[in-house]
Design a protein around this ligand. Sequence first.
Ligand code: 5AD
Ligand code: SF4
Length: 490
Amino acid sequence: MERTMNKVIDEARQGEVLVKESSIPAGKKFYLESYGCAMNFSDSEIIASIMIGMGFQTTSTTDDADVIFLNTCAIRDNAEQRIWARLKDFRQKKRKNPSLIVGVLGCMAERLKIELLEKEKLVDIVVGPDAYRDLPNLVSAAGSGQKAVNTLLSREETYAEISPVRLGSNGITAFISITRGCDNMCAFCVVPFTRGRERSRDPESIVNEARELFEQGYREVTLLGQNVDSYLWWGGGPKKDLPEDKAHAALSHKLPEEEQKQFTTFADLLDKVALVNKKLRIRFSTSNPRDMTDAVLYVMAQHENIAKYIHLPVQSGSTNVLEKMNRGYTRQQYMDRIESIRQILPGCALSTDIISGFCSETEEEHQETLSIMEWAGYDYAYMFKYSERPGTLAARKYADDVPEEVKSRRLTEIIDMQKKLSLISNKRDIGITVEVLVESNSKRSEDHLSGRSSEAKVVVFPRKNFKPGDYVRVKITDCTGGTLMGEALD
Ligand code: 5AD
Ligand code: SF4
C-alpha cells in the first residue's frame, strides 16, 4: 500500500514505526558520514554493523553509494547548517539517480524530523539515535519509494550486544559506549531532547567488548557517556524496583557493603575494565563536576593503565552563570573538585569545555571564566560561542542577549588564554619522559611516529624500530602549543 507523504509525516509526529520486510540485493553499498561528538562516531559503528548485517557493503565515496547516511549533530546551529548544505550537495545526485536513498540519522534527525522530510525532498529516511535497530525496515520502505521515519526514544536501548564495526580505525584505539542519553538538563543543551533519558549498559558486555578489542590488537579504549559519573548498573532485580534514593546512595558508594555490592558504579566499572589487561590503556569522557566522586580518582590512582587525564567541562567560571546554566555546582565547588584531582592524582592532565556569551553574561562574569582557566591551568580546552537551541531551558527562560560581536571577542580572549596555557603546559614537559602509545605514522614525515602520552598529549618522535601499538618511553626535547617532540629511550 502506498503511503502519502502527509500520512508518513503524521505518523512521524505520533512516533509510529513503519515496518516492512527487508531484502537487499547483493552488492548494494552504503556511505556514512559522521558529525559531532565521539558518541556519534561510536553510534556510526553500530549503524555500520546493522547495515552490513543486512547485506550492504561500505563505500568511502558517495559516487557509487546506493544509500548515503549522514549521522548528524544538533549541538549548535552551525552544526545543523553544515548538514543542510551537505544535503543540498546530494540534490543533483538524486536527480540523476532517483533510486539513491539519502538518510539523516542522529541528533538532528531527532530534533527536525518534520522539516527534514518536508524540505525540498532532500531526505528519504530519518532515524533518531535510539532507532537504529529499525534500519532494515526503514531502508526497505525507502527502497520502495516511501518516506521512512523512526525517531522514537527509548528508556532501555543500549545496543549492548551489537558488535560495532570499527570504521576508519587505526586498529589501536577504539570507543566503547557505556551510557546513552542524559538526565542533567543543562539549560543550554539540546542533548536530553535528542538522545533522551540516561541509561547504562550492562558492565559484562562492556568488559567483554574491551577484552575482544585487546585480543584484536587494540591497545586503548575510551569509555563514552554524556556523563560517565552517573553510570550505574543494578544486579539486584528489574530496574523498575530500584528506588530513586537507593540509586542515589549507590552512586556515592554510601550503601552498606552487602547492598553496595549489587551495584556497579563508574568507579567499579573503571576498575573492571582496567583489569582486562595492563597493556590496555583506558580513557573516559565526559566527567561531570557535579557527579565525579573521589572513588573514581582512587581507582585511577590504583591502575597505571588508566590514563592520567580528565575532561571536566567547566562551561563558565562564574557562579551566577553556572546557576543559570543549571550546572549544579558553584565556582568554588568546581575548584574543590580540581583540588581533589591534584591531591589524589598529582600530574593528571585536565581539559575542559567553555561557552562564551551565555544569556546576559556580563564582562565581570567573562573575566571570571578567564581567571578560572588560568587558575586551573588547563592542558587543553574546547571553546564555543553560545548558540541558542530551540526547546532548551535557556531558550524558554532567558534572552540570547549578548551581541554576536561581544560573544566573538570573548571567545577570542578565551582561545588566546588557552593557547598560552597549552604552551606553558607543553614547555613544562621538556626534559621529562612520558609513555607514548604509538597510533600511526606522523603526518609530518614517514621517519617519525605519532602517539599520545597518558596525559593525552600528542607526541612525535623518530621511528627507529617502533610501530603502531607499541608503548614507548619518550624523552621530550621540544614542543609547540599542540605537540610534544622527543626521542625514544627504549
Ligand atoms: N551552545 C554552545 N555550546 C554548547 N555546548 C553544548 N550546548 C551548547 C550550546 N547551545 C558545548 C558545551 C558542551 C559541549 C559538548 O558543547 O560546552 O560541554
Ligand atoms: Fe553528540 Fe550532542 Fe552533537 Fe548529539 S548533539 S552528536 S550528543 S554533541
